[in-house]
Design a protein around this ligand. Structure first.
Ligand SMILES: [Fe+2]
Length: 194
């Protein structure tokens, strides 16, 4: 797991924002204190196979270390409260939280984790209080703010401010991204907008 976290730190260093450098510092402190990291294994092997076969097709720097760490990554349904998101939408994607409240690396200031969205699916326009960055690790998607649409592929990155509406539409591959939240990281103001 440490190689995975070190590769994530390299990406955060390259992003070079107050938020990304703050997250990098918290991860590095955690590595120093913790030495080894023991993620609980995910029980959902079919889901993991789907995610691994997507990662295997990617030449992103993080892909190789992710394959090595895959047995330790725990995929789950979103941490957004069920009162704010329907099952129909939350079943389209799975997350693997790494930093935040009640996760592997505890933080009250930041959240960071992986998100996998299934092939041929549409995660409708939604917004939240946190500022957000996504690094695309594998697959591709059409990212939209409701007006402009951008195609994102492995190696691309998108950053947006608080409360900006955004949607994700996948094609036959689905996508895997590493995301982080900063600022107001509570899920209270999370809203599906359509
Ligand atoms: Fe978001």
């Amino acid at each position: 797991m440490n190689s995975l976290l070190k590769e994530i730190c390299a990406m955060l260093k390259e992003e070079n924002t107050d938020a990304s450098l703050g997250i990098k510092t918290e991860i590095e402190k955690f590595i120093l204190v913790q030495k080894t990291i023991d993620f609980e294994e995910s029980p959902n092997s079919a889901l993991k196979e789907e995610i691994v076969s997507l990662i295997e097709k990617s030449d992103h720097n993080l892909a190789e270390v992710l394959i090595l760490a895959q047995k330790k990554l725990k995929w789950r349904k979103t941490t957004i409260p069920a009162t704010l998101i329907s099952d129909e939408i939350s079943n389209l994607f799975y997350v693997c939280p790494i930093m935040g409240v009640d996760t592997v690396i505890p933080s009250k200031k930041f959240r960071l984790g992986f998100l996998f969205q299934k092939p041929n699916s549409y995660y409708p326009l939604h917004s939240h209080s946190a500022a957000e960055t996504y690094f695309i690790i594998a697959g591709e998607l059409d990212w939209s703010d409701g007006n402009k649409t951008r195609k994102l592929v492995a190696g691309d990155k998108i950053n947006h401010s608080s409360l900006l509406p955004h949607s994700f539409e996948t094609k036959s591959a689905g996508f895997l991204g590493l995301w982080h939240w900063s600022g107001d990281i509570s899920a209270e103001n999370y809203k599906i907008l359509e």
